[in-house]
Write a protein that binds this ligand. Structure first.
Ligand code: CA
Length: 309
């Protein structure tokens, strides 16, 4: 090998080596500190129109972590097991009365603007998050990203109780919930970007619901209201949470004077659970709501056993 050939060899080696390094760096770019590879998720979100630089900033953050236990939690969650009777206890109702007293002018203003009584506003905040005490302990981005990336039953199986593993519908459920979570994740990132909100700073419930009124991100995009006019919809701020919640209820048909059956139908849109709906209306009643209609026939009375727990 003469000097010229040696030079060419070294040049080639240098180029190949460098390209190799660059290739490795790109492939490892979206790996979290725990080694989880976010690249497929980022590529999909980018193909759906989200900004790739924004996405890589998010998924390069070491706080963004894949949690394989989130999807199994969603799959095994049973609404009926929640103890709704606790919300009718005197201590909770007294807290509700106090909450209305402290925030009376804002709540009355929102009631005036949307027609949703302040007692209904308070009842929803009490049941959803204990007036903001329980807004979730993990980041919404982690919850939603983990669920979106859990479409494969093999990832979920080790964390599922045996009765779910042998249930043949679970695989289909996992796929559906994963798709649902992906769409919510897309909405969440869009929402954070549009409102100049740090996506790594937002807490979410175990299903990714956000704020003191617990909105899924797709609903923030549709019904969120910047009520305090600070150019962002922030559902951890009471003004925006109350107005967004009321806007949502009005969209689904809430107005003064509707029948008990209609009231129930609207509240069921907030959370499709009969015990939840009965609880919201009963709490509002205990808080002094004048629109409570107790005689609503067999539709709901069959479910009042929930209060006897
Ligand atoms: Ca705002």
């Amino acid at each position: 090998m003469n000097y010229f050939n040696l030079f060419r060899f070294l040049l080639l080696f240098f180029l190949v080596f460098n390209v190799g390094c660059a290739g490795t760096t790109t492939a490892a770019k979206y790996k979290s500190s725990s080694g989880f590879d976010w690249t497929p998720l980022i590529d999909k979100l980018a193909a759906d129109g989200l900004d790739k630089n924004y996405l890589s900033q998010i998924y390069n953050n070491t706080k963004v972590i894949f949690n394989p236990r989130v999807m199994p939690k969603k799959i095994t969650h049973e609404e009926k097991k929640l103890n709704y009777a606790q919300f009718l206890e005197d201590s909770r109702i007294n807290r509700g009365r106090n909450f209305i007293k402290i925030n009376n002018s804002l709540m009355a203003e929102v009631e005036n603007a949307y027609g949703v009584p302040k007692e209904i506003q308070a009842a929803i905040l009490l049941v959803e998050t204990g007036f903001g005490d329980f807004v979730g302990s993990d980041l919404a981005i982690n919850i939603l990203s983990s669920m979106a990336m859990s479409s494969n039953m093999e990832q979920v199986r080790p964390y599922l109780p045996q009765e779910y593993v042998i249930d043949s519908n679970v695989t289909e459920k996992v796929t559906k919930k994963s798709q649902w979570a992906y769409n919510e994740l897309k909405s969440f990132i869009q929402y954070a970007s549009d409102n100049n909100i740090d996506p790594i700073g937002v807490k979410g419930s175990i299903f990714g619901a956000i704020g003191i009124c617990q909105f899924m991100p797709s609903n923030i995009l549709k019904f969120g209201v910047d009520y305090n006019k600070d150019n962002k919809i922030d559902l951890f701020i009471l003004d925006d949470a109350l107005a967004s919640m009321s806007n949502y209820l009005v969209h689904y048909g809430w107005k003064p004077g509707i029948s008990r059956e209609q009231q129930e139908k609207v509240i069921m849109k907030y959370n499709p659970s009969r015990p939840y709906t009965d609880t919201i209306l009963a709490v509002a009643h205990k808080l002094g709501w004048k629109g409570y209609i107790p005689d609503y026939g067999p539709l709901s009375s069959r479910d009042l056993s929930v209060f006897e727990k």
